[in-house]
Design a binder for this molecule. Structure first.
Ligand SMILES: [Zn+2]
Length: 385
């Protein structure tokens, strides 16, 4: 039977998969905002470009003035979508910060054999994390500001380049499209990296809050082990609660931390009702006495021996957090429903029949390919039923 620490680790990896899905939903919302802005940009830039073009020489003063006006206009159009996307990202992060410690508390309560009351970080601490936790080195507000500035700069640089080269309007529009596509990919990385930074920040607070029952915290690179050698090397590394590096290690990093609960420290806490029933039965069978329903009904001279036995069993039931698990090994152990959710039904069927490896299904950023893309890479699958 899996130990409590094994079950906890698996539950947290599962949660990490779902967290990445949620960040994917947030980036889809951001991308929709950018698409909306693109249409408006296209319409207005189109008009402006025609005017700039008509004046011929790209270096003359009027043209430069017009280019500057173009920049103002781009900034103006992007302002609202960026305000919305900053709201979307913030909302996602606030939810992650609040829900991650609660999730961990519930999993610990559910899986451990004894009754423990766990502390939660305060709402103030969690707000701090959303505002100040570095995401790829910088706080959220700066990340979002830089993202907006980069988007405008990228568009302007492309427009200027195209104008200097004397390109046609459709060509310039292609440049606009390309620079927005780059922003879309950046948005995805920001949402994912930020969500992971914040949930790991909140999680760290949760670990600190409950240090008294934690042996070590462990870097889990299950979702990154195939894609990132750096994270692969950190996989399974154990640290004291207040020491060592924490994810994300890089943009798009999907690593997480898991705490290994110390069975020795738990040993003195009261047994859960269900644990008590099981252990009393085990003890009675082992000691060769009649089974009883409560510790109080144990015959004379057995209570102390039972307590000692129970402490040993609590240690065993809590167990150790296993060092590492590959995503493939992890996913194979999960329910069909979960596999379907991660891979989509059709792809999950191929996976279960071992017709595809995970490497066939994910790009370097860990995004699953579309079915079309998978079939393009693996045309042989088309023939299979
Ligand atoms: Zn990683």
């Amino acid at each position: 039977m899996a130990t409590a620490n094994e079950k906890i680790r698996d539950a947290l990896i599962k949660r990490q998969v779902q967290m990445i899905k949620r960040s994917g939903k947030a980036s889809a919302a951001i991308i929709a905002e950018l698409e909306g802005a693109y249409k408006e940009l296209r319409r207005r830039i189109d008009k402006k470009l025609a005017v700039i073009r008509r004046s011929g020489e790209i270096t003359n003063a009027t043209q430069i003035k017009q280019l500057l006006a173009l920049e103002e206009e781009i900034r103006g159009i992007l302002e609202k979508p960026f305000r919305n996307l900053s709201k979307t990202v913030r909302k996602l992060l606030e939810e992650e910060a609040v829900s991650d410690p609660r999730f961990i508390r519930d999993i610990w309560k559910d899986k451990l054999p004894v009754v423990v009351s766990f502390g939660l970080p305060s709402p103030k601490q969690l707000r701090e994390i959303v505002n100040h936790q570095p995401i790829d080195g910088t706080p959220l507000a700066d990340v979002l500001e830089k993202f907006e500035a980069d988007t405008v700069d990228r568009i302007m640089a492309e427009m200027r380049r195209g104008l200097v080269l004397g390109e046609s309007i459709p060509n310039l529009m292609r440049r606009l499209r390309n620079s927005l596509n780059i922003s879309k990919r950046a948005a995805e990385a920001i949402a994912r990296t930020a969500a992971n930074a914040i949930s790991n920040g909140a999680r760290q607070r949760m670990f600190e809050e409950n240090k008294d029952v934690i042996a070590k915290v462990i870097w889990v690179a299950t979702l990154d082990d195939a894609t990132c050698p750096r994270c692969g090397a950190l996989d399974g590394k154990r640290y004291d609660v207040d020491k060592g590096p924490r994810p994300p290690a890089h943009r798009n990093c999907r690593c997480t931390m898991v705490a290994s609960i110390d069975g020795d420290l738990l040993g003195r806490r009261p047994l859960k009702r269900s644990t008590q029933v099981d252990l009393l039965r085990e003890y009675a069978d082992q000691a060769g006495i009649k089974r009883v329903r409560s510790r109080a009904s144990l015959p004379r001279g057995h209570k102390g021996a039972f307590d000692k036995f129970a402490r040993k069993r609590v240690r065993e039931l809590t167990g150790k957090t296993p060092a590492t698990v590959t995503f493939d090994d992890f996913l194979r152990e999960q329910s069909e429903a979960f596999q379907d959710k991660v891979l989509r039904r059709e792809v999950a069927n191929w996976y279960r029949k071992r017709q595809v490896d995970l490497e066939d299904l994910f790009d370097d950023n860990g995004n699953i390919y579309s079915i079309d893309e998978i079939l393009r890479r693996r045309p042989d699958l088309r023939a299979s039923p």
